[in-house]
Design a protein around this ligand. Structure first.
Ligand SMILES: *Cc1c(COP(=O)(O)O)cnc(C)c1O
Length: 377
């Protein structure tokens, strides 16, 4: 999966430590594929997936909008060339002074999931547009976002009614079907909930305009995933089913699906050992682990493809671990990872599909290990 450009970069530059290399051409291809698959939806790139300035500049130039979670992310999107009307403050958990700062910067689109947050926005960003996030079950997602964000649809009605009463623009409904979502039907269920909120409020004369269909679009790791086109078709059909010819404005917020497959991590084997003489599972320790950027291996949720120069040789299962002195720093143990028997200390391994949720998940200097270096080419 690493592109030739990435392989050439690694071969010529030979960076010493672990590092991520992101190929901007792949990001551009992903953006174009989303535009083609969902031509009537605006794309708000979820900045948290990978906020590298080069990526933000590329996407701003291609016409993308941005989903941000903090004032710092808003400023990063603006530095990359996005105007305030192309930025959403999509975190449902915001300090009032951060809402005020965003308002000063010209942001007027905010996520909420409770009346308490609506009140902050009415005070700190009067007149703004708000959308209410509804809970989803996250079923079918490899990295579900659980119950932390959103409220039940019946409460979303109360929240948006309250926003309207406080002089905000009750603008729409949002949801996130869970990250790395491979069940195309997940959007249908969530859009049904969104439509229910639209209908109830329309009955009271409050006309919502927008559905924010969130992220969840996958990266191909070890298993094939449906194409952007397949997602586009399933979502369009679900929108038609629930909204008929009264289509709302729609936006999507791809993070992983925009940058995941654009990145490859180069890592080095530090140690290969066994725990007893007759152990048949080897422990392979890399120079990167959970604290170096591979946090999504938590609970072995995301299983990255790992490529070595010896992949034609016979393989056997290994426990894969990171280099730090924390016993939590083990990536794959419940389901050991098959690696070549000939793998040797000092070998490079490539960890594929690592463009999303890696660099920013790296600790600053746990055990003295530097944060994950990143090259965007
Ligand atoms: C994280 C996040 C996204 C991106 O999700 P992916 O699954 O990476 O596409 C989109 N929207 C919101 C509100 C998020 O928090």
């Amino acid at each position: 999966m690493a592109t030739q450009r990435v392989l050439d970069f690694l071969a010529t530059r030979r960076p010493a430590g672990p590092c991520l290399v992101v190929d901007l051409d792949v990001v551009a291809d992903n953006f174009n594929a989303f535009e083609k698959a969902l031509p009537n939806s605006k794309i708000y790139y979820a900045v948290k997936a990978n906020p590298a300035p080069e990526i933000l500049r590329l996407l701003a130039g291609l016409g993308s909008s941005f989903d941000t979670a903090s004032v710092a992310e808003i400023e990063m999107a603006m530095d990359a060339g996005a105007t305030a009307d192309r930025i959403s403050f999509g975190n449902t958990i915001k300090k009032e002074r951060d809402i005020a700062r965003a308002h000063e910067l010209g942001i007027d689109l905010f996520a909420v999931d409770c009346v308490e947050e609506v009140e902050k926005i009415a005070r700190a960003a009067p007149g703004s547009r708000v959308f209410c996030r509804v809970l989803t079950d996250g079923e079918g997602a490899e990295w579900p976002l659980s119950r932390k964000f959103g409220c039940v649809p019946a409460m979303a009605v109360d929240v948006l009614r309250h926003a309207h009463a406080l002089g905000l623009a009750a603008y729409g409904v949002s949801f996130h079907v869970g990250s790395q979502q491979t069940d195309l039907a997940a959007w249908d269920r969530a859009l049904g909930d969104a439509k229910g909120v639209f209908a109830t409020l329309a009955g009271e004369g409050i006309v919502l305009k927008m559905v924010n269909m969130g992220g969840g679009f996958p990266t191909r790791y070890l298993k094939d995933v449906p194409t952007a086109q397949a997602y586009g078709q399933a979502i369009f059909q679900a929108l038609s089913k629930h909204f008929g010819n009264r289509m709302p404005e729609t936006i999507i917020e791809p993070g992983r699906g925009m940058v995941g497959n654009a990145g490859t991590i180069k890592s080095e084997v530090v140690l290969i050992s066994k725990k007893s003489a007759n152990d048949n599972v080897r422990w392979v320790y890399l120079d990167i682990g959970k604290f170096g950027g591979l946090a999504e291996t938590m609970d072995e949720a995301i299983r990255y493809p790992i490529v070595t120069a010896r992949d034609d040789d016979e393989k056997a299962p290994c426990v894969l671990a990171g280099p730090t002195c924390d016993s939590a720093d083990v990536m794959y143990e419940k389901t050991p990872y098959p690696l070549p028997l000939s793998l040797t200390i000092g070998d490079d391994v490539l960890i594929e599909g690592t463009g999303a949720y890696t660099t920013t998940y790296a600790s600053v200097a746990f055990n003295g290990f530097e944060p994950l270096r990143s090259y965007v080419i």
